[in-house]
Design a protein around this ligand. Structure first.
Ligand code: G
Ligand code: G
Ligand code: NA
Ligand code: MN
Length: 253
């Protein structure tokens, strides 16, 4: 069976699930939000990570329906946690093409209203690619999201080529430093220097700086010394199913 056909069927059958990975504030270890990461609960192959199916899904023109499902499910989950006394903002990854769709802000707002969830409980993570593909359009969409109170982070920062001149003018709230820089920052002087510079740059621009891919206490300590605001990585928690996240939160409380 061609992957595209199988993915189309998977969307119809709602075979996708979201796992959640917490981000914590380095100052007090409090959870600031959780990132939703999609997986495919395949009928015979088990739980598949996004690297296995996202490229085929994009090629098959199915990113738009997947993004809609992810937004709806993440909003439903955040509203459910909030009602259960676990108020937690959820961050959703938005592909470049999805960001550049005209009706994204309106659709997101409609979903928030339908779920009775305040906009502050939803964050979007976009990549540098989206901003650089069509800077004018991206700026317009970001302004509309900002006006509705939805925070946007630039994901995988430091791995691409975002124009700093553009970044300065965009209404974004956070920079996520790419895991490729963080994972080697204690062994590679260059990675350490770039990470340090990005934290300074982010702060000069008034942004929250989040480091991803933290796997050791040593890296966590160094990032704290460098004044980084938030951390995400296997050291804190791997991405986990909703019930496991609830258990993890309860164990920390
Ligand atoms: O979960 P994992 O670390 O394997 O994710 C791998 C990649 O898949 C990451 O780049 C992540 O941003 C991307 N990804 C995960 N979930 C989603 C999603 O819901 N939508 C989009 N567009 N990308 C996602
Ligand atoms: O591109 P994006 O930043 O959305 O990718 C997130 C991906 O990074 C997910 O697939 C997640 O599983 C993975 N990830 C999160 N934390 C760590 C970590 O500490 N180490 C490694 N190797 N991968 C991580
Ligand atoms: Na992300
Ligand atoms: Mn990232």
């Amino acid at each position: 069976l061609a992957m595209g056909t199988e993915l189309r069927r998977a969307l119809e059958n709602e075979e996708f699930v979201l796992h959640y990975q917490p981000k914590v504030a380095l100052a007090d270890q409090c959870v600031t939000s959780v990132e939703a990461l999609v997986r495919w609960q395949h009928p015979t192959r088990g739980l598949l990570p996004p690297g296995v199916f996202l490229p085929a899904l994009e090629r098959s023109g199915l990113m738009q329906p997947l993004t809609r499902w992810v937004l709806r499910e993440a909003i439903r989950q955040a509203a459910s946690w909030r009602r259960a006394g676990m108020p937690l903002a959820v961050a959703v990854n938005i592909s470049p093409r999805s960001l550049l769709e005209d009706d994204l802000p309106a659709r997101v707002l409609a979903k928030l209203l339908a779920a009775d969830l305040p906009a502050s409980f939803l964050e979007l993570e976009i990549t540098e690619t989206a901003v650089m593909t069509d800077p004018k359009k991206a700026a317009l969409v970001l302004a509309q999201l900002n006006a509705r109170g939805i925070k946007v982070s630039i994901d995988d920062f430091g791995a691409g080529y975002t124009s700093l001149a553009h970044l300065r003018t965009l209404p974004i709230s956070a920079l996520k430093i790419d895991r490729s820089l963080i994972s080697h920052m204690l062994e590679r002087d260059e990675d350490h220097a770039v990470t340090e510079a990005l934290i300074g740059l982010g702060h000069r621009l008034g942004l929250t700086v989040i480091a991803e891919g933290i796997e050791t206490d040593e890296v966590l300590d160094r990032l704290t010394q460098l004044g980084c605001d938030e951390a995400q990585g296997y050291l804190i928690s791997k991405p986990v199913a909703p019930d496991a996240l609830e258990g993890w939160m309860a164990a920390r409380a």
